[in-house]
Ligand binder design. Structure first.
Ligand code: ME8
Length: 644
């Protein structure tokens, strides 16, 4: 058995209703920093993330695309995983709420709560916000609209099961006010929960639905599916094997050390989730952290897919480096507050902190060690009291950084590390190594100055490694720090580098960004701001292009596919005969507008079934702002003419 202490940290499970964006990146990165640090500190870490794949919104999206909900989420889940891999996220487990073991556990949890009298059947009448999948009471609405997203709500009534949340008010209040437990951070949210939800009286919670089918069936009442929050919140324990045989980690890791999320779902995690656990008789998580939002644009709205303001994190990683993006997002967001994102702010941050301060400190110090000592410092050094300020600052860092990373004040921790980096740059100017180098009798002092600098860089680099894990090994290499002095514990040691350390010149750590030029290039990458274009794809062989058979085709008939908002069903003449094809352009054209037109089409794609119809090929269209237009030819072009 391992003797390491367990540490369990979770992100929310994200909705795969669209691809992940920078907002999702922030939470996942913050958890990654804590997970990496705790591993370095010798903990046995379980870092869980995943996707929340059921619900009406996903069902609707899939229908619009003409695919099944599972087919729809499978594609997006792959994109989440690809992004986490690109960002170097070291999650230990990825849960999908469509996984069999999760479904099995949720069904058992629901049944147990029902058998124990915490769930009962009734009928629900209330205000329902479809995009948020939330019921609200009249008093919670803001100007008659959803308090979370500001959209219209509708009256809804249906037979449903309810969880007796109302009876947990006093226990939840006690939990939130328990100063020793410090259950919810930041503190401001504690008052919000108590004043807005507990004091007015908690409502029982609707936990099943009959109006859609994409969810986990209630085993003892066909037609009902488990409503989103019981399904979603349970992931934190089902992923450990609670009420299933797939995993056997519940005893070891539960209760979680921290659940991390943004403020809009703190309510669900600090009220509903503890109440469910109380009803199950299970221990409660130790901490809930609700951070602010990354906002975007002048209006300062939450970055979201529906607002169409998403900056592609893959593009940012490819152009500016993964660690630069990690650093920027984590540095910019003070815990608990919102932080705007702009490309310009990111470039300024990279240039000032990473290129100027850190990058320069490392390259100047290494260059001087090479210039004055051929890269290897002499063992004899002349330290003196004036070194104490810099070394004292570095010694105080590890405790401050550990505490602040763990309490998610990552930005404060980074600010403190960069204060030491700035102080080290100033130390160079104060000690003027280039003057010391001219005097043979000052060689010992010169060696001490360079050694203090290298050792300070070592300490800062260890503490930066959970945030910038890809570039920090390169810094260690350049300053000659081997494994023995780069552990987390070694950050607390003074002068842990070998006395006769050898440095090595290496590549530029953080190239400076030409802000004007990059802004223009990013702008050019997204010509129409109202609908972002796909990023350019990788270069491909001519053979791949030649394998496609592109032809002009004439539209013989065109009609809407029943129950689909997107799909049009075509019969076309391809010059050799008639074929059937579907195209997702129903929002942009009435069927009769396309009748008789000659269009461009790929005719040799493998046939694919959508909404029960076989589609043999693909009609080509071009993005035009927020719509698509078919590529068409005039009547003189014969059906079957090849396009090259
Ligand atoms: O709420 N700034 O999923 P979701 C910061 N499935 N963080 C952001 C953000 C932004 N602009 N946008 C998203 C759900 N996030 C539920 C959760 S948990 C049992 C179920 C992050 O895809 C942040 O962590 O809407 C936020 O709480 C979460 O993504 C919401 O993800």
């Amino acid at each position: 058995m391992s003797e390491k202490k367990p540490f369990y940290i979770t992100t929310p499970i994200y909705y795969p209703s669209g691809n992940p964006h920078i907002g999702h990146c922030y939470t996942t990165l913050a958890c990654d920093v804590v997970a990496r640090m705790k591993r370095m500190q010798g903990f046995d870490v379980m870092f869980l993330t995943g996707t929340d794949e059921h619900g009406q919104k996903i069902e609707k999206k899939a229908q619009e695309e003409g695919v099944t909900p599972k087919e729809y989420v499978d594609v997006i889940v792959e994109n989440f995983k690809k992004l986490w891999s690109r960002l170097g996220i070291t999650y230990d487990r990825y849960i999908r709420t469509t996984d069999d073991y999760h479904i099995e556990s949720v069904q058992k949890i629901f049944k147990k709560l029902y058998d124990d009298g915490y769930i009962y059947k009734s009928s629900y009448k209330g205000k329902y916000c479809t995009p948020c999948e939330s019921f609200w009471t009249e008093s919670q609405l803001v100007d008659g609209k959803c308090p979370d997203c500001g959209r219209e709500v509708t009256d809804a009534e249906e037979e449903a099961y309810f969880f007796k949340l109302s009876q947990f008010g006093p226990r939840l209040k006690e939990l939130l006010l328990d100063e020793e437990k410090d259950f919810l951070e930041p503190k401001s949210r504690v008052n919000e929960m108590i004043n807005n939800f507990i004091e007015p009286g908690l409502q029982d919670l609707c936990v099943s639905r009959t109006s859609f089918t994409w969810g986990i069936p209630v085993t003892f009442d066909p037609g009902h599916i488990v409503y989103v929050w019981v399904d979603a919140l349970s992931n934190y324990i089902t992923a450990l094997g609670y009420m299933n045989e797939t995993y056997d980690d519940y005893k070891k890791y539960w209760p979680a050390d921290m659940h991390v999320m943004a403020k809009e779902i703190v309510r669900f995690h600090s009220l509903i989730w503890p109440a469910i656990l109380m009803a199950l008789g299970e221990p409660l998580p130790k901490k809930i952290y609700g951070h602010g939002w990354i906002t975007f644009g002048a209006a300062g709205g939450k970055m979201s897919k529906s607002a169409g303001n998403v900056v592609d994190p893959f593009v940012l990683c490819d152009r500016y480096g993964v660690d630069a993006l990690r650093y920027h997002l984590l540095r910019e967001m003070p815990f608990g507050a919102d932080a705007p994102y702009t490309n310009e702010m990111m470039f300024n941050r990279i240039n000032s902190d990473l290129a100027n301060d850190l990058g320069n400190l490392v390259s100047r110090t290494v260059a001087m060690a090479i210039k004055y000592f051929d890269g290897t410092l002499p063992a004899e050094k002349d330290f003196n009291d004036s070194d104490e300020e810099l070394l004292g600052m570095a010694s105080a860092l590890p405790a401050f950084v550990s505490e602040n990373y763990e309490s998610l004040h990552i930005s404060d921790a980074l600010a403190e590390i960069f204060k030491v980096i700035s102080r080290a740059n100033k130390y160079i100017d104060e000690n003027e190594p280039w003057v010391l180098a001219k005097d043979e009798t000052k060689k010992g002092r010169l060696a001490a100055v360079l050694y203090n600098l290298l050792d300070t860089i070592r300490v800062c680099t260890i503490l930066l490694s959970p945030v910038m894990p890809h570039v920090t090994p390169e810094i260690f290499k350049q300053i000659g720090a081997d494994e023995s002095c780069t552990t987390w514990d070694a950050a607390s040691l003074r002068h842990a580098l070998k006395a006769d350390v050898t440095v090595e010149k290496g590549p530029v750590l953080f190239p400076r960004i030409d802000t004007e030029k990059e802004l223009a290039e990013l702008d050019a990458l997204s010509p129409k701001k109202d609908l972002p274009s796909e990023p350019l794809k990788d270069v491909t062989d001519f053979d791949n292009f030649a394998a496609l058979d592109l032809r002009a085709v004439k539209v013989l008939s065109c009609e809407k596919v029943p129950k689909s908002d997107k799909l049009l069903l075509f019969k076309v003449d391809d010059g050799f005969g008639e074929r059937q094809v579907l195209s997702g352009i129903a929002q942009y054209y009435k069927p009769e507008e396309l009748l008789g037109k000659t269009l461009a089409m790929i005719v040799n794609l493998k046939p694919r079934k959508m909404m029960g119809y076989e589609s043999c090929g693909m009609i080509l269209s071009v993005r035009d702002g927020d719509r698509f237009r078919v590529v068409e030819f005039d009547d003189s072009i014969k059906p079957g003419s090849d396009i090259s």
